[in-house]
Design a protein around this ligand. Sequence first.
Ligand SMILES: [Zn+2]
Length: 221
Amino acid sequence: MSEPKWKQNLITGYQNFRAKPYKRHKDLYEEVGKLGQKPDIMVIACSDSRVNPSAIFNAYPGELFILRNVANIVPPYDPSAGYHGTSTAIEFAVKSLQVDAIVVMGHESCGGISAYLASLGAEEKQENAEHSFLSDWIQILDAAHENLLARNTENADSQRHLEYAGVRQSIANLLSFPFVEQAVSAGELSLLGAYFSIIEGRLLFADDEGEFKEIPSEKVA
Ligand SMILES: [Zn+2]
């Protein structure tokens, strides 16, 4: 019986990986495999299949510690009991790996942001509605939306502006973690907002005011 298409695609992809990228980095895989990881950068990105930090930053094995979730959201610091996957990864990156920087990368046409915008029009919660993890999760974007209303009312409901605001809010929420705030204050940790435009494959970084500026796509001699 032949394998289903999705499984065959995984096997073909793996074989291509072995033939090229793995072959090129064979020694590095062996080294980081034996000695452990020591990445300098944590990237928090969306789970979206089109926004792969390793590909965008052409990263080598062991270079980036990556967390991906729906809409690249960092929740506010909340030490109450619960399954805090995102907060766990941040804690590990800062306390154990002692990364130099955390980059939060938003992106164009984010489904999580679209879902949040769609939810604005449908405030009344239906009773007996089936529980949705997504609708709870994206409520964290309320603060981003409120900040956007305060900053730029005209564009408050624009997808792109909320994608930018979501990144700014994740950076602000990072600072609500005491160990992040301490490391930043001590000059041991930097935070950076980023944004990837899928259609043109372009990268933007946020400046100190939270405005996103395009990064040159070619090296200047
Ligand atoms: Zn997304």
